[in-house]
Design a protein around this ligand. Structure first.
Ligand SMILES: C[S@@+](CC[C@H](N)C(=O)[O-])C[C@H]1O[C@@H](n2cnc3c(N)ncnc32)[C@H](O)[C@@H]1O
Length: 125
């Protein structure tokens, strides 16, 4: 999906890793889609995180998200069977992300009866 010239935020973002490898480009819809409700101003698409996890995460890893925001990474981890700890300092975003994670868990459970998902969004003290 092309980004409108009138889009007020950056039209691309860079990310670095400590892994060896060549540069990769992921193209997606930064403004969100009708299938992914926007609840946070800098919310990343779940598909972006799924792509990153596929490239870099390995079975059994636990992902640490120190700035959870909308909970997109937590949702991506759930979809890929990875455990994740998320932290969010803002109470409002925390509540919205938690709801989103719970909704995701309910969706998954419809199809995978008895499946277990350990997903935590940890409340700040
Ligand atoms: C750039 S946003 C993260 C967006 C997220 N990746 C997403 O896809 O929705 C950064 C978030 O970190 C939170 N934050 C800032 N400082 C924090 C801290 N010390 N501990 C936990 N969360 C923090 C902010 O409230 C904000 O929601």
């Amino acid at each position: 999906m092309a980004i409108a010239e009138t889009f007020t935020m950056a039209m691309c973002e860079y990310a670095w890793t400590s892994f060896r490898g060549n540069a990769k480009i992921w193209r997606g819809a930064p403004q969100g889609t009708k299938w992914e409700k926007r609840i946070h101003p800098t919310q990343k698409p779940v598909k972006l995180y799924m792509w990153q996890l596929k490239l870099f995460a390995r079975d059994g890893m636990r992902i640490l998200d120190t700035h959870a925001g909308s909970g997109s990474l937590e949702v991506a981890c759930m979809r890929q069977g990875l455990k994740c700890w998320g932290f969010e300092i803002d109470q409002t975003y925390y509540e919205m992300a938690r709801r989103r994670i719970e909704e995701e868990a309910a969706q998954v459970n419809l199809f995978e009866e008895g499946g277990e998902y350990e997903q935590s969004l940890l409340e700040m003290p």
